[in-house]
Write a protein that binds this ligand. Structure first.
Ligand SMILES: *Cc1c(COP(=O)(O)O)cnc(C)c1O
Length: 464
């Protein structure tokens, strides 16, 4: 699409670059030394030794000149900062939720919401819980249940909305459990755990209807709400050509409120919020907010952070931006496809997922193929992705056995407005070079395995 494009379909970055941050290409011997020192775990590599960092799209966005200018307008009053009112106005206007509680990031909003709504032993139903959401449900002694359509976990299905709820399973669950046992229903848009796959508006409306029939609150985990809206406009009958704002509003209209990580679709490096429709719920949530995050007009953030978030929420709705954003993920996916590199199809909104099982079919699961592939990509081209496979899945707390997930993936998450297409071409070239020598790649084994969240601190040794 880029090379040779001369007409309507030609796509280039819808911004020019005003500030630059140098990045350095290390040498292969340097990377070999660093990898060994890091115990073959890229979480231990200093960012300055990474050439293209695709570890996450969270908090890694480049802010605009307008956002940086807004940082100078921070009103650092303890209570009633003008930037708080500005953020609240923006959320009201875009999403239609009247009450807004800023939080230090998305999980802060989860902490406040679940402390308000979730009693021990109750269920939370989600298309697929994100890690921190599940952890917060469990922290409150709740039970997290995932009810996405089966296509969500099928790497070959080209279902346009792989993040949708399975409505039959949702209905069945609610028929089989008393109303009081379900604290709330949440829809994660886009569905991060399923690879940034979108949820359709038809599905959100159906969930809303089911939720209100049973009198159960329905919330959005809205981290990537704008990317989700873009997919709805592109793929859902009746929404082609409609303004993104209208789609976003239709999504929000389905819900009683949302949790939001500003580190995703608010284009900031830190921040989040909880938004609510119900004034009584807001009153109750504010009590917890004071305890965990701070007075509800700052919520663990500086006034300048609130301003940057408000401005980011406006900018993310720009249609040219979204076309570039989703287009860039597709561009990298297309380069992989052309080289025969196995990826999850269709690509979602924020990352390309390489299928390590098909990339390194000669490695058994205990040889940690996805972890081995992340190491090879770093050694080859200084590219940092992240393992989403056996290492991340950990062990069953009851049996102590490894949990083998269906998929062994390397996620290449693309930060927003940070890298150019040329950088992505480097990533694709790195993948191709590793692909060409894939048969010689050896697996890894744990040399140190911590008891919890092992992927962050584990160390490995090469096999063979
Ligand atoms: C990132 C994320 C969160 C948590 O947000 P943080 O800002 O990292 O605390 C929750 N849900 C989803 C879907 C996310 O992607």
């Amino acid at each position: 699409m880029v090379a040779g494009g001369s007409g309507e379909d030609f796509r280039a970055e819808p911004f020019r670059i005003k500030v630059v941050e140098p990045i350095r290409r290390t040498t292969r011997p340097e990377r070999e030394r660093l990898v060994e020192e890091a115990g073959y775990n890229l979480f231990h590599i200093p960012s300055e030794a990474v050439y293209i960092d695709l570890l996450t799209d969270s908090g890694t966005s480049a802010m605009s000149d307008r956002q940086w200018a807004g940082m100078m307008l921070g009103d650092e009053a303890y209570a009633g900062s003008r930037n708080y009112y500005r953020l609240r106005e923006t959320v009201r206007e875009i999403m239609g939720f009247d009450h807004v509680i800023p939080t230090h990031q998305g999980r802060g909003a989860e902490h406040v919401l679940f402390s308000t709504l979730l009693e021990p032993g109750q269920y939370v139903l989600n298309n697929m819980h994100f890690d921190t959401t599940r952890a917060h449900v469990q922290h409150r002694r709740g039970i997290a249940v995932d009810l996405a359509v089966p296509e969500a976990s099928d790497p070959c299905s080209c279902h346009p909305f792989k993040g949708d709820f399975d409505l039959d399973r949702l209905q069945t669950f609610l028929a089989e459990h008393p109303r009081e046992s379900v604290a709330l229903i949440m829809a994660t848009v886009t569905c991060n755990t399923a690879g940034g796959q979108p949820v359709s508006l038809g599905n959100l409306k159906a969930v809303k209807e089911i939720a209100s029939e049973h009198g159960i609150p329905f919330f959005l985990d809205a981290c990537r709400f704008a990317e989700n809206a873009y997919f709805i406009r592109e793929r859902e009958p009746g929404w082609a050509g409609r303004p993104i704002r209208e789609v976003v509003r239709a999504m929000a209209d389905c819900a009683d409120g949302c949790t939001m990580s500003g580190k995703k679709d608010a284009l900031v490096n830190i921040g989040g919020f909880l938004a609510l429709r119900d004034p009584e719920l807001f009153r109750r949530a504010s009590v917890w907010a004071v305890l965990f995050e701070g007075f509800p007009t700052y919520g663990g953030l500086a006034g300048r952070d609130l301003e940057a978030m408000a401005r980011g929420l406006e900018e993310v709705l720009d249609e040219e931006y979204l076309e570039y954003r989703v287009g860039q993920v597709r561009y990298l996916a297309g380069l992989c496809r052309a080289a025969g590199i196995p990826i999850i199809e269709p690509p979602g909104g924020h990352a390309v997922y390489v299928d390590a099982k098909r990339f390194l079919p000669h490695l058994g699961r205990d040889e940690l193929p996805a972890q081995a592939l992340t190491v090879e990509l770093y050694l080859e081209g200084g590219v940092r992705g992240v393992e989403i496979g056996t290492v991340l899945a950990g062990r069953d707390p009851a049996t102590g056995e490894n949990v083998y997930p269906e998929l062994e993936l390397v996620r290449l998450a693309i930060p927003r407005r940070v890298y150019t297409d040329r950088h992505l071409e480097w990533v694709a070239l790195t993948l191709r070079r590793v692909w060409e020598r894939r048969e010689g790649i050896k697996g890894l084994a744990f040399s140190y395995e911590p008891p919890v969240l092992r992927h962050f601190t584990a160390r490995f040794r090469p096999l063979g």
